[in-house]
Structures are given as structure tokens and as C-alpha cells.
Design a protein around this ligand. Structure first.
Ligand SMILES: Nc1ncnc2c1ncn2[C@@H]1O[C@H](COP(=O)(O)OP(=O)(O)OP(=O)(O)O)[C@@H](O)[C@H]1O
Length: 510
């Protein structure tokens, strides 16, 4: 047998509230694409961080190309040829793409050379990116592209990808899989974490399943079905969604010829965007990230108040100049795409994170009602099945999917009348995704108007009543979900849609 590229034996890692990894062993052969599958909080990211040297195990050994190694930090891991694309991005906002990539590379290289190699890798793999753009101007999808390119530039022997496709379009996923298969055929081993079972079945030839920090199964996913993988992971299959007929009521959100110049040089101009969302319906906005979603969401949430008042109308009232707090008071609740930072304060406990969007948590005289907050946090933790060390666990101590469940849960639990959510099931496991989608539909059935902005077409087709597509800052007409097809929406995503009243195809130019 060939020497495994990576071998883990009896790895254990304890945190104060939980044993994240318990006696884990696994082997990855050279050129193998090996999936690590498990529900939110199962211990996948912790295990990957141990392999990458950013977390130290309490027990167990790591062997790389037959040599026992004790990795003290990621620099040592990188020197061995281990590269990692994190679930939470590790980019510096104020630096450009090229400067960020340069930080992780040999400093003898000139910045201009780094920029050239980024462009070369980007076009080789179809991951379009401009190296001179500052990272704070990128959408989440674009940041992920940078992370992937940065990893590829180190020519890794073992590449770890933690949910790399959560914000990629279907076309970009196909390209990424091409890249990964090519890398594997050249001998690079890949550890692949994803909650998307069909991806794992398509890409990976080995799979280790974790549950509660322990290995509960090893299989070849190509011999499995989504259902059998789901059972290995969570013990059952998620129930199908209940779709009731739509009864759309009064207009809750009307966006009226919203035109906004980009705030920074690399942003997107919003160009005459008009649509409405009625009580009791779910409207989905599809699109490749970086086409104005971020700008639109800022204008809808009140983080950007430059719009004319009447361009954003909430329950018939001009709201374009209102701040988030005033919009919340009208019943609008909002989940941003970045969980840490905008959605939650990483160092604060879950209970105190309620303060971000709940004014009633502060009592008379400005005292924070800690007891009430904790009680409330417990309700959300229970309802959304969030795995956390209690209501005072720091947001950053939660696994990615559990924090997502908590933030989405916090806003759904506020009983919004208008709910705007970006990427609602980013990084959550199949069971939790079904739970969140079910809760969104329950909100709609209770008369809430829901706007979902997502890059996951499957998700949009699953929960929306009507769909729009955003491309280059413009919005397509609305189409009923029942009348929409994936190829058509895919075509619209590149900016081509029919004009409403005549059949002339319209090409959108930047
Ligand atoms: N720095 C930390 N401090 C305390 N607890 C932690 C820390 N990091 C992880 N944990 C806990 O360890 C457990 C495993 O978390 P991990 O992030 O490895 O899960 P995961 O399988 O990657 O989940 P997800 O699919 O949601 O990303 C969780 O219960 C989490 O709360």
C-alpha cells in the first residue's frame, strides 16, 4: 500500500463546554479527494484546524507523508505543503487582493509578480478577480474566490477546503470541481468539507462521517445516495417542505426606481431597481455575487441611507432615509450575509448579541436586562436546535452553521412583518437547512412578507413564490417559481432577459 499523504491517529480536542474531537483516526491517500461529513458542530472545522496547525490537539498523532509531525502553527503546515481555504475568510479588509495573497507567500516576490500570478491562476481556473481591488469592496463570493486562488498559488500537496462552494454559482462549482479533479490527478490530496451531499457524491471517492466529535462511518460516497449519507450523518432524512398555496396580501416592501451610485470605485451602481414584496409571499432574488446584491441589501436594511425616501417604501411609508433601528420599529428584520461582524459581535455571548436587534432588552435607566436576555437566548437556542455552551457562549465559539442558525433564528423569533434575509442556510447542515426553510415558509404562511437573496438556486426554487434575478445592478422582471426553469434563470444571471412587453432580448452593459 502506498504511504498515506495524511494519517491521523486518535486525535482528541476538548473545549470547556464540549469534546470537539474524540479519538478520531483517518487516512488520506495521495491524489484522493476525501470528504469529511457531519452535522453542524460535529467537529469538522476543529479537525481541519488541527491538521493546519492552528489548533493543537490534546491527544493523538498526525503523520504527513509517513513522517510524524507536530504542527505548532500554520506556517509549519504550509512549509509541508498543507494549504487551507477557511469557512470564515481570513482576509484583511483594507488591503487589496494582491496584498492579501502576498502576505502568505515568499516575501522575495514583488507585489507586481504576485498580481500577475493571481491573474494567471484566476483565468486558468475561471475564477475571475481583479488583484488591485481592496478586499472591503468584494462580495462574499468574490472573497471566497480570493481564498481559493491564494491556496492554489502555494502549489499544495494537501488542500483543505471548508465549505468552498457555499457562495459559488452552479457554473463556478463546475469549474472548481474541474480544478480539484485536475489537482488530484497531479497527486494533490484534498480534504473536502461540505453540507451538499450531491457535491460530495460527485467529487469525492472517500468519506469520513463525524457525529458528536466521533467517527461514525467511513464510506465511498459514490456508492451512496443523498438519503443514505444523510442517515449516516444525522440518523434520519430531513422531512419534505410543506408548501401551502400563496395568499399574497398588501404590499409590504416597494422598491421604486432605486438608483444609487456606487459608494466605492469597485462597487456596483444600482440602476432603476423596482419590485415589490407582498404580505404572505416569498420573493427570491437570484444572481452571481457582486452584481449589486450587497448594495441593494444595504439600501433595504438602512445601513445605506442615500436613497430618495420614496425609493424604498416599507408598508407604504417612505423609508429610504431611515436608519436600521427605525426600520426595525416598522417590523422589518434583516439577516446580513456576513455572520461575524455585521450579524453578530464575535466576542459577546449569544444573549448579549440579542442587543444588536432588540431594543426592548434595555430596561429603564439604561440597564441591560441580563436575566431576560438569557432566557430569550435559551428560547432561540432550543427552537433552532443551536449547539452552543449555553446563552453566554461567545458567538465566535460556535461552529459556523450553529452561529448561522442562531442569527437567523434571532430574527425569525422577532416575528417580523417584513423579513429580508441573505443566504439563509449558508453553511448549515441538511437537517438545519430544512428547519430554517420550514420556518421561513411558516413566517410567510403567518402573513409575513419575505425577501430572500441567495446564490443557491436550489434553495430559491425550494422556498420562493416568485423570482427576480439581479445582474450588473439591474433587476429582471419577476417570474413565478412554477414558470421558471433553471436554465432560464441561469441565462438571466448573465444579464440577459426579455423585456416585459416585447420579445427583444436585452443585453445589459456595465
Ligand atoms: N474556540 C472554541 N472555543 C470553544 N468551543 C469551540 C471552539 N471552537 C469550536 N468549539 C466547539 O466545538 C464543537 C465543534 O465545532 P466545529 O466548528 O469543529 O464544528 P463543525 O463540524 O465544523 O460545524 P459546522 O458544520 O457548523 O461548521 C462545537 O460544539 C463548537 O461550539
Amino acid at each position: 500500500m502506498t504511504t498515506p499523504r495524511l494519517q491521523l491517529a486518535n486525535i482528541t480536542k476538548r473545549y470547556p463546554a464540549v469534546v470537539a474531537n474524540s479519538d478520531i483516526s483517518l487516512a488520506v491517500a495521495p491524489g484522493e479527494i476525501h470528504a469529511v461529513l457531519g452535522e453542524n458542530g460535529a467537529g469538522k472545522s476543529t479537525l481541519m484546524k488541527i491538521i493546519y496547525g492552528s489548533v493543537k490537539p490534546d491527544e493523538g498523532t498526525v503523520t504527513f507523508d509517513g513522517q510524524p509531525v507536530s504542527l505548532r502553527n500554520p506556517q509549519q503546515a504550509r512549509a509541508l505543503g498543507i494549504s487551507m481555504v477557511f469557512q470564515h475568510f481570513s482576509l484583511f479588509d483594507t488591503l487589496t487582493v494582491a496584498e492579501n495573497v502576498w502576505l502568505g507567500l515568499d516575501k522575495s516576490l514583488q507585489l507586481a509578480e504576485v498580481a500577475r500570478s493571481i491573474t494567471a491562476k484566476a483565468s486558468e481556473y475561471g475564477l475571475d478577480i481583479d488583484p488591485s481591488r481592496p478586499v472591503h469592496t468584494l462580495s462574499v463570493g468574490e472573497m471566497q474566490r480570493v481564498e481559493i486562488i491564494r491556496a492554489l498559488l502555494t502549489n499544495p500537496k494537501l488542500l483543505i477546503l471548508d465549505e468552498p462552494t457555499s457562495v459559488l454559482t452552479p457554473q463556478a462549482v463546475v469549474k472548481l470541481f474541474g480544478v480539484l479533479n485536475k489537482l488530484a490527478s497531479e497527486g494533490c490530496s484534498i480534504l473536502y468539507i461540505s453540507h451538499k451531499l450531491h457535491e460530495i457524491r460527485e467529487l469525492c471517492t472517500a468519506c469520513t462521517v463525524l457525529r458528536g466529535g466521533k467517527v461514525t462511518g467511513v464510506c465511498n460516497p459514490q456508492n451512496e445516495s443523498n438519503e443514505s449519507l444523510s442517515r449516516l450523518m444525522i440518523g434520519s432524512e430531513p422531512p419534505p417542505l410543506q408548501h401551502r398555496p400563496v395568499h399574497a396580501g398588501a404590499v409590504a416592501l416597494r422598491v421604486n426606481a432605486l438608483t444609487l451610485a456606487r459608494e466605492d470605485q469597485f462597487g456596483v451602481d444600482l440602476d432603476g431597481i423596482s419590485f415589490e414584496v407582498r404580505a404572505g409571499e416569498v420573493v427570491g432574488i437570484a444572481g452571481v455575487s457582486g452584481n449589486g446584491q450587497k448594495e441593494l441589501l444595504y439600501a433595504l436594511s438602512g445601513e445605506d441611507v442615500r436613497a430618495e425616501p420614496a425609493m424604498v417604501q416599507v408598508f407604504g411609508k417612505p423609508a429610504g432615509r431611515l436608519r436600521p433601528r427605525a426600520r426595525r420599529a416598522m417590523g422589518l428584520h434583516f439577516v446580513p450575509e456576513e455572520r461575524l461582524g455585521r450579524g453578530a459581535v464575535p466576542t459577546l455571548g449569544l444573549a448579549h448579541n440579542l442587543l444588536l436587534t432588540r431594543g426592548n432588552a434595555v430596561g429603564k435607566g439604561g440597564w441591560i436586562r441580563t436575566g431576560a436576555l438569557e432566557k430569550h437566548a435559551r428560547v432561540i437556542i432550543e427552537r433552532f436546535n443551536v449547539k452552543a455552551g449555553g446563552p453566554n457562549a461567545a458567538a465566535r465559539s460556535l461552529s459556523g452553521g450553529n452561529l448561522q442558525k442562531y442569527i437567523v433564528g434571532r430574527e425569525i423569533d422577532a416575528n417580523p412583518k417584513l423579513f429580508i434575509v441573505s443566504q439563509p442556510t449558508w453553511g448549515v447542515d441538511v437537517g438545519a437547512a430544512a428547519l430554517i426553510r420550514g420556518e421561513i415558509l411558516a413566517l410567510r404562511d403567518a402573513g409575513c412578507a419575505v425577501l430572500v437573496v441567495s446564490e443557491e438556486l436550489d434553495e430559491l426554487f425550494d422556498i420562493s413564490d416568485r423570482l427576480h434575478v439581479i445582474a450588473k445592478g439591474r433587476l429582471s422582471p419577476s417570474i413565478d417559481r412554477a414558470a421558471a426553469t433553471l436554465p432560464q434563470i441561469g441565462e438571466w444571471m448573465s444579464g440577459l432577459w426579455e423585456k416585459k412587453n416585447n420579445n427583444i432580448k436585452e443585453a445589459i452593459h456595465a
